[in-house]
Write a protein that binds this ligand. Structure first.
Ligand code: GLP
Length: 269
């Protein structure tokens, strides 16, 4: 995997957006580019930069299909904290993506298990996800795959941990009781099937999970550690999120990036 440690959140957002832009622009025209997307505060800067690049006329999303990672179970699409609302408010309504090309799990589906199966089928029909952008939870979760999730899981309903609900209470007037107790989420296996992973982490509160994912062994205890098994995974983080890594690890990845920038075109894997 590749780990890029940047000084600030702003730099992380810029790099993430430029990386995604490059991939979309490089994609062959005959098939739409399939992009997996997360919610949360971390990707907001990347979305802002992508919107800016789009408004400058340098990037179109007309040939892009998106699949979001997750949605709260039982939350109506119109709820201000639904991931539907989040995506339309913070990204989709500012770009030229076709509504029919955006996919988000329906938290109010009458049969959630069938909804999850249909989501996997829709991803397969689209030809699979080319690039999955992701964030991470403070406990190392990815999408809503909480610790001890199966590392080969597919899209399904997951019960949320108390700690995730406590962290996400900030979006629900600080009241944990208002945070749904379950979510529909793509599985770790679904994420691992993507052609490429781009994981963003920012802030001191992510430092322990990032350390476990990068330096620890692959374990369901830290679902994000699955990225160690991905053939093409890149993690971008700021210095705060890298704060618990060993000095040797930081030095290694920084040296790698230096060599990479000197020999542009060669990507360490
Ligand atoms: C939620 C989402 C995750 C996201 C995480 C971190 O739990 N389901 O996909 O990565 O929040 O969010 P933030 O970026 O706000 O820390």
């Amino acid at each position: 995997m590749r780990l890029v440690i940047l000084k600030t959140y702003k730099e992380l957002s810029l790099l993430g957006a430029e990386y995604i832009t490059k991939r979309i622009l490089e994609a062959p025209e005959k098939r739409p580019f399939v992009l997996g997307l997360p919610t949360g505060s971390t990707p907001l800067g990347i979305y802002r930069e992508l919107i800016r690049i789009h408004k400058q006329g340098k990037l179109s999303f007309k040939n892009v299909i998106t699949f979001n990672m997750d949605e709260y179970l039982g939350l109506p699409k119109a709820h201000p904290q639904s991931y539907h609302s989040f995506m339309w408010e913070n990204f989709f309504r500012h770009i030229d993506i076709k509504e029919k090309n955006t996919h988000i799990l329906d938290g109010e589906a009458p049969d959630p298990a069938a909804e999850c199966r249909a989501y996997e089928e829709a991803i397969a029909e689209a030809g699979g996800i080319d690039l999955f952008l992701g964030g991470m939870g403070e406990d190392g979760h990815i999408a809503f795959n909480e610790p001890f999730s199966s590392l080969s899981s597919r899209t399904r309903v997951k019960i949320l941990t108390e700690s995730t609900r406590a962290v996400n209470a900030r979006f629900f007037e600080g009241d944990i009781n208002k945070v749904p107790t379950a979510a529909l989420t793509v599985g770790v296996g679904t994420i691992m099937d993507a052609g490429e992973l781009l994981i963003a982490a920012s802030g001191r509160n992510k430092a322990r999970a990032l350390r476990d994912a990068v330096e620890g062994g692959i374990s369901h205890r830290c679902p994000l550690s699955c990225i160690q098994n991905h053939r093409r995974a890149m993690m971008i983080c700021d210095e705060d999120a890298a704060g618990e890594l060993e000095t040797g690890t930081v030095n290694y990845f920084k040296a790698l990036e230096k060599i990479k920038s000197e020999k542009a075109g060669q990507e360490p894997s």
